[in-house]
Write a protein that binds this ligand. Structure first.
Ligand code: EPZ
Length: 416
């Protein structure tokens, strides 16, 4: 069955190692398309979205192989220009291939990436930025073709610091003619990882992690080796599991420097957090307090991807918490399932009012998307009795082995 069962209600104890970052490795794999040679990418999580990206690269003529968590991509013989609609519509991150395909091939035909349950996920910001670099977009039914005889640098200001649009502009700019200055760029750590990989391949990039990135186009990129950083959202998910179930855990390799907003929230709730270069320790020995108000924001604000997992933990905190979701238009999907477990939550427009209850009861619930599914697992860890989370495949898009990781922390959890 495509499900996970959890017998909850027990404290968590133990330590678990955090996997490589999904949202860092996907643009880095796309970037390997720009290298007429071989790239070795270490610490790649074995997750569905990475396998999908691998398929897209192979459809374009790349050779991709695995050894443990190390992926080797040889993009010397890249030929096709039409990325298959099926894979593209199944995964938003494939739109990241657009910038790399334009840089390598000068053309790409792909389907508009499907929206998903958390929001429409348009790519207008991507396309208007790329047009400024000389890209012409021909729109067809479900497909569009982007063409650029020669990509040239440009001065671009994004109307919103979109992560994906920032990545596409960087990918198109690294081998374009001239210099690109990108204002109001996203500052998520995944942008720094992408620029770190590209710099290792010979790109000339200044200002990553800031809101103005300057990219000086180079003739061509060369072979590169790069290690993907740990996944801050996976680490944050497991931290919320400790907030929900209580206990004392250590998250080995968790990138504490990228997780300031969550760590601050956890401490405000009454958890004892110790963060260092080795990872993050969390001790939760008493019932936690509610958060009077928390708003999701672009980095370094509180990450939207941890909003649902934190909501699961706040469901049993003392008092009323208010979460405002400002990034996606429909990211309170787990509220009904949390209410099935006994939570007391009301949603008004883009705010959720969470009145902490004494405890949650195990129930059968249904994942509808990646982080919401992970949040239901977090709730199951806190709930008394057995919970079953169906549609495990959504969770496997981003978590290499959530059951093993949480069993390392003492949870009674497995696939079924
Ligand atoms: C990335 O998505 C992440 N995905 C998301 O993680 C993450 O939630 C998001 O950034 C925000 O941090 C990957 O990195 C693969 P955006 P992305 O462009 O690039 C709107 C997960 O769970 N927008 O910053 O799609 C958009 O609709 C996933 O791992 C436009 O309107 O995020 C959204 O409301 C979920 N037009 C907001 O901006 C555009 O052209 C943020 O989108 C682009 C975006």
């Amino acid at each position: 069955m495509d499900s996970i069962y959890i017998y909850g209600g027990n404290f968590l104890r133990g330590e678990t190692k955090i996997q490589g970052s999904k949202n860092a490795v996907l643009p880095i794999l796309a970037a390997s398309l720009l290298v007429r040679g071989t790239c070795v990418i270490k610490n790649c999580p074995r997750i569905a979205d990475v396998y999908l990206m691998q398929n897209l690269l192979q459809e374009l003529g790349c050779f991709v192989s695995w050894a443990g968590n190390t992926v080797t991509v040889n993009a010397f013989h890249v030929n096709d220009r039409r990325i298959s609609g099926e894979s593209v519509t199944r995964m938003r991150s494939s739109v990241m291939l657009l910038g790399a395909a334009l840089g390598r091939l000068g053309e790409a035909t792909m389907a508009y990436p499907g929206g998903c349950v958390i929001g429409r996920r348009p790519i207008d910001i991507h396309l208007s930025a790329l047009r400024k670099m000389g890209v012409e977009i021909e729109e067809q039914e479900q497909l569009f073709t982007a063409k650029a005889k020669r990509l040239h640098g440009a001065e671009i200001r994004l109307p919103f610091p979109s992560v994906g649009a920032t990545e596409n502009v960087v990918l198109a700019a690294v081998t374009a003619d001239g210099t690109t200055v990108l204002e109001n760029a996203a500052k998520e750590p995944e942008i720094e990882a992408l620029c770190g990989f590209l710099t290792a391949a010979g790109a000339e990039i200044e200002g990553t992690g800031k809101n103005c990135i300057k990219i000086k186009g180079v003739e061509r990129l060369h072979d590169a080796k790069y290690e993907v950083p740990a996944d801050r959202i996976v680490a944050g998910t497991y931290l919320t599991a400790a907030l929900a179930a209580g206990g004392s855990i250590f998250l080995e390799g968790a990138p504490a420097g990228q997780m300031g907003a969550l760590l601050a929230a956890a401490e405000k709730m009454g958890a004892c957090v110790t963060a260092g270069v080795e990872g993050i320790g969390v001790d939760v020995i008493r019932k936690l307090k509610a958060l009077p108000y928390l708003k999701t924001e672009v980095h370094p604000g509180f990450p939207t991807d941890l909003q649902s997992p934190l909501m699961a933990a706040l469901s049993i905190a003392q008092g009323q918490s208010v979460i405002e979701e400002s990034i996606f238009e429909n990211r309170f999907r787990i509220v009904d399932d949390l209410k099935k477990m006994g939570a007391d939550i009301e949603v008004v427009k883009n705010k959720a009012y969470i009145n902490g209850v004494e405890k949650l009861e195990g129930a059968g619930v249904e994942a509808e998307e990646l982080r919401g599914g992970a949040a239901l697992v977090v709730a199951g860890l806190a709930a008394e009795g057995k919970s079953v989370v169906r549609n495990r495949h959504f969770i496997e898009r981003g978590y290499e082995n959530i059951c093993k990781d949480l069993r390392n922390l003492g949870a009674d959890i497995n696939i079924m």
